[in-house]
Ligand binder design. Structure first.
Ligand SMILES: NC(=O)c1ccc[n+]([C@@H]2O[C@H](COP(=O)([O-])OP(=O)(O)OC[C@H]3O[C@@H](n4cnc5c(N)ncnc54)[C@H](OP(=O)(O)O)[C@@H]3O)[C@@H](O)[C@H]2O)c1
Length: 275
């Protein structure tokens, strides 16, 4: 396993995404992933699956310290008392004494960032979470969090795949020494039928999806969290540590990067940086 690190946080570069997984499907996917060797699970209060993830981790018999758990608190729950309540509830559902990384799921226009970051810092000081971070933050929001509010964040989780350039955000995360966690790294399955990625993959004996994940993890301080519910995909997505893309192949994929944003909820998303 490859790791990424920032400000004392060490995160397995590949994790399992769990958005939309629920009940037995979620439990089975997490158990299967842990069997394969995944040691990083991404969830959120909004996904409604923290209890299943907690049960799968407990039943796996793997030591809690071996597994990196990220969860997120949603917009609308970001005032300090709500943060305190959400943290307590997530810990209970996950069946753990601590979260590894607690994220602001989406930036909020109504709840003051300083208040939320203060409550996140409090959770960290109490040992309820080892690290704190943000998700779906633009360059301006990162600047506000770090330069205005002096937040000790380690990560910005954003949509990132071969069809969405994140150059401005990537430059800002690098400038501030943060991890960029790429969500929807397979463009929700679209990369699987990409002809350029398929052609590149042939030379390495890899699928287009594996090429897309390798391309992400070849970039400095980028982690990623593909989701899968099927054993062959879970296994394939984990089999990306035995090859490296050539500079020429990386350049072909870099050149594909455009502005295909798949996660852009109206009235909710911030004003994104230009692609
Ligand atoms: N912070 C945020 O606001 C935010 C937003 C969106 C997502 N996320 C996180 O990021 C995670 C991943 O993103 P995502 O779920 O949107 O999409 P994704 O990981 O890009 O794609 C998932 C889709 O790809 C398919 N797939 C997985 N492995 C494959 C393979 N090897 N070959 C072909 N198809 C494959 C899956 O189907 P199968 O199940 O059949 O394999 C599923 O339909 C989420 O689950 C969530 O944890 C965070």
């Amino acid at each position: 396993m490859q790791f990424v690190s920032a400000k004392g946080a060490q995160m397995p570069a590949l994790g399992l995404g769990t958005w939309s997984l629920s009940g037995q499907t979620c439990y089975d996917a997490v158990r299967a992933a842990l069997e394969i060797g995944y040691r990083h699970i991404d969830t959120a209060r909004l996904y409604g699956n923290e209890s299943e993830i907690g049960a799968a981790i407990r039943d796996s018999g793997i030591a809690r310290t071996e597994i990196f758990i990220t969860t997120k608190i949603p917009m609308g729950e970001l005032h300090a008392p709500q943060v305190r309540r959400n943290v307590a509830q997530s810990l209970k559902r996950l069946g753990t004494d601590y979260i590894d990384l607690l994220l602001i799921h989406w930036p909020s226009r109504r709840e003051p960032l300083a208040e939320t970051l203060g409550a996140f810092a409090e959770a960290k000081a109490k040992g309820q979470t080892r690290f704190i971070g943000v998700s779906n933050f633009t360059v301006a929001l990162l600047r506000e969090a770090i330069e205005t509010h002096r937040a000790d964040i380690v990560c910005n989780q954003v949509e990132y795949h071969p069809y969405l350039s994140q150059r401005p955000v990537q430059a800002a995360t690098a400038q501030y020494g943060l991890i960029l966690t790429a969500y929807s790294p397979l463009a929700r399955g679209r990369v699987a039928t990409d002809r350029d990625l398929a052609r590149i993959g042939q030379a390495y004996g890899k699928t287009p999806s594996q090429v897309a994940l390798r391309w992400l993890l070849d970039q400095p301080n980028v982690a990623t969290i593909p989701k899968s519910t099927t054993q062959p995909h879970l296994t394939a997505n984990f089999a990306i540590f035995d090859f490296a893309l050539s500079a020429a192949d990386r350049a072909v994929i870099d050149a594909k990067r455009t502005d295909l944003r798949l996660v852009d909820p109206a009235g909710w998303a911030p004003e994104w940086d230009p692609a």
